[in-house]
Design a protein around this ligand. Sequence first.
Ligand code: ZN
Length: 393
Amino acid sequence: MTTDAAAPAFDPCDPVAVAQALIRCPSVTPEDSGALGVLEAALTPLGFACHRLRFEQEGTAPVENLYARLGTEGPNFCFAGHTDVVPPGELKGWSIDPFSAEIHNGRLYGRGAVDMKGAIAAFVAASARHLRDHGAPKGSISLLITGDEEGVAINGTKKVLGWLKEKGEKLDACVVGEPTNPKALGDMIKIGRRGSMTAFLTVFGAQGHVAYPHLADNPLPRLARMLAAITAEPLDGGTAHFQPSNLELTTIDVGNPAHNVIPAQGKATLNIRFNDSHTPDTLLAWLRERFDAVGGAYELEHFVSGDSFLTPPGPLTELVAEAAQAVTGRRPEYSTTGGTSDARFIKDFCPVVEFGLVGQTMHKVDENTTLDDLTRLTDIYGAVLGGVFDRIG
Ligand SMILES: [Zn+2]
């Protein structure tokens, strides 16, 4: 049963129509601007139980999120994504209004067309078609949609997952619809990503006159030897699914304006992008071992932006790869390259891979996707749904 207010003005089986309705909501992060309402209007009549989840934290804007589930049985297959978009930037640079969702020459234009309202529209259309063609699934289909991915990502997926855990909701497998394909649909599935840790080293000595070095203790030779020690050899040679970890020195600071004064301390900052052969703890131990070998007083602080993670090739990766190959004729590469996504939170709950549209115009002016790609992505997600309840348990 639907009310007039809840009835969508579009066919939920049509990914182009759903994408247009989403793009017409100017949901520049963290604004919702009606985007989740579009999804609720599409999903509720299909039988999804929709939960709107509003989270806020002191100092951050409140954010709307949506968890929608069809069915109560397991396995629970989840499509995850975000309806917030980055700002359009200089409107002068756009050929069309970024929120008008116009179609020209077989392409749908607008902010979020590829990152990632197009993919969310394909989630909806694939689910609607699955129900139309096969009836209720032998399990559950859920959508976990946040309005806080492009921003600080504090009030989004991470908190929705906490809410799910409290409710005893279990996810069994998840596909995130980020635009993973560099050039053509079917290029690439992301099966994990590297971790990122930043470390701040301060080496201490005693200030003094350069002419009386025996009365001082210059920390800079020790700082130089420590930095030489950690850059002398690579951290590793890469692993089965990851490129080698990489350590970059990003700054060395003494800030000593006097040529005749031995400074009391020197500092350096470094960032490590690390693969699955390390954790932040093993990296800190690796750094300390080399710093201790040099000796002297030092302080090491750090923060971790994310751990590395991997969904090893298995039923989920194979299912998505086969579906992409069946529709596009291309066998996607498994990759762990690139920046962050909400998959870094979901990986603690279930196997997760990322596969979406072609990323070439994401975050750019005239962001667009071909209508053909939208249709084919819907077919790919549909093929994933077709196989998921047989193969993911
Ligand atoms: Zn995105």
